[in-house]
Design a protein around this ligand. Structure first.
Ligand code: FAD
Length: 426
């Protein structure tokens, strides 16, 4: 049995949601323990496309400068359908503090967040610790049991936060009901050299009937490629050998074919994403709250997973920090977690609805439906107003709402900084 720990807040999961929350709480002097099952942040293909609103938040949190060398700006998005470009969107015209989506692999992002938080006395992270059981007193969650290499340990806390991702074990243990909605496709990811005729700043989507691929430039000069397969269809595809993958790329983007052949020679060079979305009606129970993917797993369309994870964290932190102190903390924490869901769920629902519409458009098979899809993309492409409306709804919601005064961002003061980060926009 390892020594027991206690903190005001115990966060299970050191991903983008958990570490951003931990940083924002520790900057406010709240004692926080992050329980992370992995010994390192090496993870590929996960959450590398960051939405402009999160780029802006990372800038306001003082993290962007620390990771800048590992980023690539996406300045244009191009959708090709049946060999023709049907949508061309340039992000340079958006008048926002951060207008470009960014490619940023998770290891540098998580390392920067952890390094920044580790400098604060009230932050602690326990690695190689897997939350395996919830501690409860009556109906209230009072912490978790973490399984460490040296044995189990109890981590007691006023608030336990499930930031443990799309397969959240804490959500499972909490008994909070949820619905997992599998989508019709899974996704195969890999990286390959950038074709010579492509530039480093254009995000490409290629569609052919019901097949589609994403071709996303990635740091430093590769392209991250993902293509859809029918749900559970990987085993069938693998049986055909790696040539099946090469042929798929030849169909969607022949210019990427030679690089893919050279670089992806075995299925072990690929990674599979099981695509589903999760709807959780209640994100909290007494003493416990879910955030990020644990509360709302999204699909990979338009890089919204990390975005909503980070926005969750900066929304929840001031509410939780304000609840501590004096008597009645438990009741205030429970109100804070309810308020958090009230503030966040409409934006998450909008992102999910847009992603599901996009998923349906990608899955259209009949020639007539595919022609309608092409017309829809061309209409959007030809109308600056429509393009602006759609992209603003996905990429610039937060920056715009803060500018309009609809949302007041309450970020913690950074050490050594006399002003509140983000204050100029409040
Ligand atoms: C292949 C793939 C590609 C993706 N691409 C993108 C993209 O381009 N853009 C985008 O925005 N999103 C993308 N996503 C989604 C994105 O990764 C998530 O939305 C985002 O990481 C959610 O952050 P989170 O902190 O909520 O959870 P996670 O990032 O999943 O972090 C959860 C953490 O909890 C830890 N953990 C889990 N269980 C336990 C436990 N029992 N005890 C202790 N620790 C535990 C895990 O080790 C992990 O560190 C992708 C996802 C996948 C799988």
């Amino acid at each position: 049995m390892a020594a027991a720990l206690s903190a005001q807040v115990c966060i299970v999961g050191g991903g983008p949601a958990g570490l951003t929350l931990a940083l924002e709480l520790a900057r406010r002097g709240i004692e926080v323990v992050v329980v992370e099952q992995s010994a390192h942040f090496d993870r590929s293909f996960r959450g590398e496309s960051i939405s402009p609103d999160s780029v802006w938040l990372l800038r306001e949190l003082g993290i962007l400068d620390k990771v800048r060398a590992d980023t690539l700006e996406t300045r244009r998005m191009e959708i090709g359908d049946a060999g023709r470009i049907v949508l061309d969107a340039d992000f340079s015209g958006f008048d926002q503090p951060c207008r470009y989506p960014m490619e940023l692999p998770q290891p540098p992002l998580l390392n920067a967040l952890a390094e920044e938080a580790s400098a604060l006395p009230s932050f602690r992270m326990v690695r190689r610790a897997k939350a395996v059981r919830l501690l409860t007193e009556g109906s209230r969650v009072t912490g978790v049991v973490g399984q460490l290499p040296e044995g189990p340990t109890e981590i007691r806390a006023g608030l336990t936060v499930a930031a443990d991702g799309r397969f959240s074990k804490v959500r499972e243990m909490s008994g909070l009901p949820y619905t997992k909605i599998p989508l019709e496709r899974d996704f195969v990811w890999f990286k390959a050299p950038m074709p010579q005729e492509w530039d480093l700043h254009t995000y490409r989507v290629r569609i052919l009937g019901s097949r589609h691929g994403l071709f996303i430039p990635t740091v430093p000069d590769m392209v991250r490629i993902g293509f859809n397969i029918p749900k559970g269809g990987l085993r069938e595809l693998r049986k055909e050998g790696i040539g099946a993958l090469h042929r798929r790329i030849d169909e969607l983007a022949p210019e990427a074919g030679p690089g893919v052949r050279e670089h992806v020679t075995d299925w072990s060079d690929t990674s599979m994403l099981d695509i589903f979305t999760t709807v959780v009606p209640d994100w909290s129970r007494q003493g416990l709250v879910l955030i990020g993917d644990a509360a709302h797993t999204l699909t990979p369309v338009l890089g919204q997973g990390v975005n909503h994870a980070i926005i969750d964290a900066v929304t929840l932190a001031p509410l939780v920090a304000g609840a501590f102190g004096g008597s009645g903390t438990d009741a205030r924490l429970d109100s804070a977690t309810k308020e958090f869901q009230r503030l966040r769920e409409a934006a998450v629902a909008r992102a999910r609805a847009l992603q599901l519409r996009q998923e349906r458009a990608f899955a259209l098979t009949s020639p007539v439906a595919a022609a309608v899809r092409r017309t829809a993309y061309r209409t959007v492409s030809a109308s600056p107003l429509l393009r602006r409306r759609i992209l603003s709804g996905v990429y610039y919601q937060l920056q715009q709402a803060v500018r309009d005064g609809g949302i007041r961002l309450d970020l913690a003061p950074r050490p050594g900084s006399p002003t509140r980060a983000g204050g100029q926009h409040s």
